[in-house]
Design a protein around this ligand. Sequence first.
Ligand SMILES: O=C[C@H](O)COP(=O)(O)O
Length: 250
Amino acid sequence: MRKKIVAGNWKMNLSLEEGQSLHKTINSELEGASANCEVYHFTPSIYLTSLINEDQKVQVGAQNGHPEKSGAFTGEISMSQLKAIGTQAVLIGHSERRQLFNESDSFLKEKVDAALSEGLKVFFCCGESLEQRENGDYNTTVVNQLKNALFHLDSTDFQKIVIAYEPIWAIGTGKTASPEQANEMHQNIRKSFAHAYSKEIAEDISILYGGSCKPSNASDLLTQSDIDGGLIGGASLKAEDFLAIISTYK
Ligand SMILES: O=C[C@H](O)COP(=O)(O)O
Protein backbone atom coordinates (compact mmCIF):
# COMPACT_ATOMS: atom_id res chain seq x y z
CA MET A 1 0.00 0.00 0.00
CA ARG A 2 1.33 3.42 -0.89
CA LYS A 3 2.67 5.70 1.81
CA LYS A 4 1.63 9.22 2.76
CA ILE A 5 4.62 11.54 2.77
CA VAL A 6 5.11 15.18 3.64
CA ALA A 7 8.49 16.59 2.61
CA GLY A 8 9.92 20.04 3.11
CA ASN A 9 12.29 21.45 0.52
CA TRP A 10 14.21 24.25 2.20
CA LYS A 11 15.90 25.24 -1.07
CA MET A 12 18.72 27.75 -0.35
CA ASN A 13 17.08 29.12 2.78
CA LEU A 14 17.68 29.20 6.55
CA SER A 15 20.92 29.69 8.48
CA LEU A 16 22.44 26.57 10.05
CA GLU A 17 21.05 27.58 13.45
CA GLU A 18 17.58 28.18 12.00
CA GLY A 19 17.68 24.85 10.18
CA GLN A 20 18.81 22.94 13.27
CA SER A 21 16.13 24.58 15.36
CA LEU A 22 13.39 23.88 12.80
CA HIS A 23 14.49 20.26 12.40
CA LYS A 24 14.58 19.80 16.18
CA THR A 25 11.12 21.30 16.64
CA ILE A 26 9.52 19.14 13.96
CA ASN A 27 11.20 16.02 15.36
CA SER A 28 10.11 16.72 18.91
CA GLU A 29 6.52 17.48 17.87
CA LEU A 30 6.37 14.19 15.98
CA GLU A 31 8.05 12.20 18.73
CA GLY A 32 5.59 9.72 20.16
CA ALA A 33 2.92 10.70 17.62
CA SER A 34 1.44 7.82 15.67
CA ALA A 35 3.15 7.57 12.29
CA ASN A 36 0.49 8.30 9.72
CA CYS A 37 2.92 9.77 7.25
CA GLU A 38 6.64 9.85 6.60
CA VAL A 39 8.30 13.25 6.98
CA TYR A 40 11.42 14.44 5.17
CA HIS A 41 13.57 17.56 5.21
CA PHE A 42 15.50 18.30 2.02
CA THR A 43 18.16 20.64 3.30
CA PRO A 44 21.15 22.49 1.85
CA SER A 45 23.87 19.83 1.51
CA ILE A 46 26.21 21.67 3.84
CA TYR A 47 23.75 21.07 6.71
CA LEU A 48 23.25 17.35 6.14
CA THR A 49 25.88 16.03 8.54
CA SER A 50 24.59 18.11 11.39
CA LEU A 51 20.97 17.01 10.88
CA ILE A 52 21.19 13.33 9.97
CA ASN A 53 20.23 11.06 12.84
CA GLU A 54 18.76 7.67 12.04
CA ASP A 55 16.82 7.55 15.28
CA GLN A 56 14.76 10.62 14.48
CA LYS A 57 11.35 10.76 12.88
CA VAL A 58 12.23 13.28 10.21
CA GLN A 59 14.40 11.77 7.52
CA VAL A 60 16.98 13.96 5.86
CA GLY A 61 17.60 14.29 2.15
CA ALA A 62 19.75 16.26 -0.27
CA GLN A 63 18.37 18.61 -2.91
CA ASN A 64 20.83 17.46 -5.55
CA GLY A 65 23.58 14.97 -6.26
CA HIS A 66 25.98 14.26 -9.13
CA PRO A 67 25.81 10.94 -10.97
CA GLU A 68 29.56 10.33 -11.16
CA LYS A 69 31.09 8.69 -8.09
CA SER A 70 34.14 10.99 -8.06
CA GLY A 71 36.20 13.14 -10.35
CA ALA A 72 36.83 16.65 -11.61
CA PHE A 73 33.40 18.17 -11.01
CA THR A 74 34.21 21.26 -8.98
CA GLY A 75 31.47 22.20 -6.57
CA GLU A 76 29.49 18.98 -7.00
CA ILE A 77 28.67 16.25 -4.46
CA SER A 78 28.25 12.66 -5.64
CA MET A 79 25.42 10.34 -4.74
CA SER A 80 27.99 8.01 -3.16
CA GLN A 81 29.32 10.86 -0.99
CA LEU A 82 25.75 11.64 0.07
CA LYS A 83 25.18 8.01 0.93
CA ALA A 84 28.46 7.79 2.87
CA ILE A 85 27.34 10.48 5.34
CA GLY A 86 24.00 8.77 5.91
CA THR A 87 21.75 10.81 3.61
CA GLN A 88 18.47 8.97 3.19
CA ALA A 89 16.98 10.51 0.08
CA VAL A 90 17.66 12.87 -2.81
CA LEU A 91 15.54 15.21 -4.91
CA ILE A 92 16.02 14.76 -8.64
CA GLY A 93 14.50 16.80 -11.44
CA HIS A 94 13.21 19.78 -9.50
CA SER A 95 12.11 22.43 -12.00
CA GLU A 96 14.62 24.88 -10.56
CA ARG A 97 17.41 22.44 -11.44
CA ARG A 98 15.90 21.82 -14.89
CA GLN A 99 15.42 25.51 -15.66
CA LEU A 100 18.22 27.35 -13.85
CA PHE A 101 20.92 24.71 -14.25
CA ASN A 102 19.79 23.31 -17.63
CA GLU A 103 19.47 19.73 -16.38
CA SER A 104 18.22 17.54 -19.22
CA ASP A 105 16.09 14.40 -19.00
CA SER A 106 19.12 12.28 -19.94
CA PHE A 107 21.23 13.80 -17.16
CA LEU A 108 18.37 13.23 -14.71
CA LYS A 109 18.21 9.62 -15.83
CA GLU A 110 21.92 9.22 -14.95
CA LYS A 111 21.27 10.79 -11.55
CA VAL A 112 18.36 8.41 -10.89
CA ASP A 113 20.53 5.40 -11.75
CA ALA A 114 23.38 6.62 -9.55
CA ALA A 115 21.10 7.38 -6.60
CA LEU A 116 19.40 3.99 -6.79
CA SER A 117 22.70 2.18 -7.04
CA GLU A 118 23.69 3.83 -3.75
CA GLY A 119 20.38 2.81 -2.17
CA LEU A 120 19.13 6.39 -1.82
CA LYS A 121 15.41 7.02 -1.99
CA VAL A 122 14.65 9.19 -5.04
CA PHE A 123 12.05 11.94 -5.00
CA PHE A 124 11.63 12.56 -8.72
CA CYS A 125 10.01 15.87 -9.65
CA CYS A 126 8.03 16.56 -12.78
CA GLY A 127 5.71 19.31 -13.92
CA GLU A 128 4.67 21.54 -16.78
CA SER A 129 5.19 25.24 -17.48
CA LEU A 130 2.34 27.73 -17.68
CA GLU A 131 2.62 27.74 -21.46
CA GLN A 132 2.35 23.93 -21.59
CA ARG A 133 -0.66 24.08 -19.23
CA GLU A 134 -2.37 26.71 -21.38
CA ASN A 135 -1.74 25.05 -24.72
CA GLY A 136 -3.02 21.70 -23.42
CA ASP A 137 0.35 19.89 -23.55
CA TYR A 138 0.58 19.27 -19.82
CA ASN A 139 -0.21 15.57 -19.69
CA THR A 140 2.19 14.68 -22.48
CA THR A 141 4.93 16.89 -21.03
CA VAL A 142 4.79 15.25 -17.63
CA VAL A 143 4.51 11.69 -18.94
CA ASN A 144 7.50 12.32 -21.23
CA GLN A 145 9.55 13.53 -18.26
CA LEU A 146 8.78 10.26 -16.49
CA LYS A 147 9.41 8.11 -19.56
CA ASN A 148 12.74 9.76 -20.31
CA ALA A 149 14.21 9.45 -16.83
CA LEU A 150 12.44 6.53 -15.17
CA PHE A 151 10.82 4.08 -17.53
CA HIS A 152 14.03 2.15 -18.21
CA LEU A 153 14.05 0.97 -14.55
CA ASP A 154 13.07 -2.46 -13.21
CA SER A 155 9.74 -2.74 -11.40
CA THR A 156 11.52 -3.40 -8.13
CA ASP A 157 13.31 -0.03 -8.34
CA PHE A 158 10.02 1.76 -7.76
CA GLN A 159 10.06 0.72 -4.11
CA LYS A 160 12.70 3.46 -3.76
CA ILE A 161 10.97 6.11 -5.88
CA VAL A 162 8.50 8.82 -4.96
CA ILE A 163 7.06 11.13 -7.60
CA ALA A 164 6.47 14.82 -6.90
CA TYR A 165 4.19 16.59 -9.36
CA GLU A 166 4.95 20.30 -9.25
CA PRO A 167 3.35 22.51 -11.88
CA ILE A 168 6.01 25.19 -12.49
CA TRP A 169 3.39 27.93 -12.60
CA ALA A 170 2.41 27.09 -9.01
CA ILE A 171 5.89 27.07 -7.45
CA GLY A 172 6.48 29.99 -5.13
CA THR A 173 3.81 32.01 -6.95
CA GLY A 174 0.96 31.71 -4.47
CA LYS A 175 -1.07 30.13 -7.31
CA THR A 176 -1.95 26.50 -6.69
CA ALA A 177 -3.34 23.90 -8.98
CA SER A 178 -6.93 23.30 -7.95
CA PRO A 179 -7.39 20.02 -6.10
CA GLU A 180 -9.18 18.70 -9.21
CA GLN A 181 -6.39 19.80 -11.59
CA ALA A 182 -3.75 18.24 -9.33
CA ASN A 183 -5.70 15.02 -8.84
CA GLU A 184 -6.32 14.70 -12.58
CA MET A 185 -2.56 14.90 -13.21
CA HIS A 186 -1.83 12.41 -10.45
CA GLN A 187 -4.29 9.99 -12.05
CA ASN A 188 -2.64 10.56 -15.38
CA ILE A 189 0.79 9.83 -13.88
CA ARG A 190 -0.57 6.67 -12.26
CA LYS A 191 -2.04 5.56 -15.60
CA SER A 192 1.34 6.01 -17.26
CA PHE A 193 2.88 3.66 -14.67
CA ALA A 194 0.09 1.13 -15.20
CA HIS A 195 0.71 1.29 -18.93
CA ALA A 196 4.52 1.06 -18.74
CA TYR A 197 4.67 -1.43 -15.84
CA SER A 198 1.61 -2.75 -14.04
CA LYS A 199 -1.48 -1.78 -12.12
CA GLU A 200 0.26 -2.83 -8.90
CA ILE A 201 3.21 -0.47 -9.46
CA ALA A 202 0.80 2.33 -10.35
CA GLU A 203 -1.23 1.78 -7.19
CA ASP A 204 1.82 1.46 -4.94
CA ILE A 205 3.81 4.51 -5.94
CA SER A 206 3.43 7.62 -3.79
CA ILE A 207 2.75 10.78 -5.79
CA LEU A 208 3.15 14.09 -3.98
CA TYR A 209 1.83 17.49 -4.98
CA GLY A 210 4.02 20.59 -4.75
CA GLY A 211 3.39 24.22 -5.56
CA SER A 212 2.21 26.87 -3.07
CA CYS A 213 0.82 24.23 -0.74
CA LYS A 214 0.17 25.83 2.66
CA PRO A 215 -1.92 25.20 5.77
CA SER A 216 -5.00 26.86 4.26
CA ASN A 217 -5.13 24.63 1.16
CA ALA A 218 -3.30 21.49 2.35
CA SER A 219 -6.30 19.47 3.42
CA ASP A 220 -8.17 20.10 0.13
CA LEU A 221 -5.15 19.12 -1.94
CA LEU A 222 -3.61 16.34 0.10
CA THR A 223 -6.79 14.37 0.69
CA GLN A 224 -7.60 13.92 -3.00
CA SER A 225 -7.88 10.29 -4.05
CA ASP A 226 -4.56 10.13 -5.91
CA ILE A 227 -2.51 12.63 -3.93
CA ASP A 228 -0.31 10.93 -1.35
CA GLY A 229 1.32 13.94 0.24
CA GLY A 230 3.16 17.14 -0.49
CA LEU A 231 6.56 18.54 -1.39
CA ILE A 232 6.47 21.84 0.40
CA GLY A 233 8.74 24.81 -0.25
CA GLY A 234 7.96 28.13 1.46
CA ALA A 235 5.57 26.69 4.02
CA SER A 236 8.18 24.18 5.22
CA LEU A 237 10.36 26.97 6.58
CA LYS A 238 8.12 27.70 9.55
CA ALA A 239 7.51 24.90 12.05
CA GLU A 240 3.92 25.96 12.68
CA ASP A 241 3.01 25.88 8.97
CA PHE A 242 4.83 22.63 8.23
CA LEU A 243 3.27 20.90 11.25
CA ALA A 244 -0.16 22.12 10.20
CA ILE A 245 0.34 20.54 6.79
CA ILE A 246 1.61 17.28 8.34
CA SER A 247 -1.48 17.23 10.55
CA THR A 248 -3.61 16.65 7.42
CA TYR A 249 -2.75 12.99 7.94
CA LYS A 250 -3.45 12.76 11.68
O1 LIG B 1 9.95 21.81 -3.80
C1 LIG B 1 9.00 22.51 -3.48
C2 LIG B 1 8.28 23.25 -4.50
O2 LIG B 1 9.13 23.90 -5.38
C3 LIG B 1 7.15 24.09 -3.99
O3 LIG B 1 7.59 25.32 -3.49
P1 LIG B 1 6.51 26.29 -2.83
O4 LIG B 1 5.75 25.49 -1.82
O5 LIG B 1 7.33 27.40 -2.20
O6 LIG B 1 5.63 26.78 -3.95
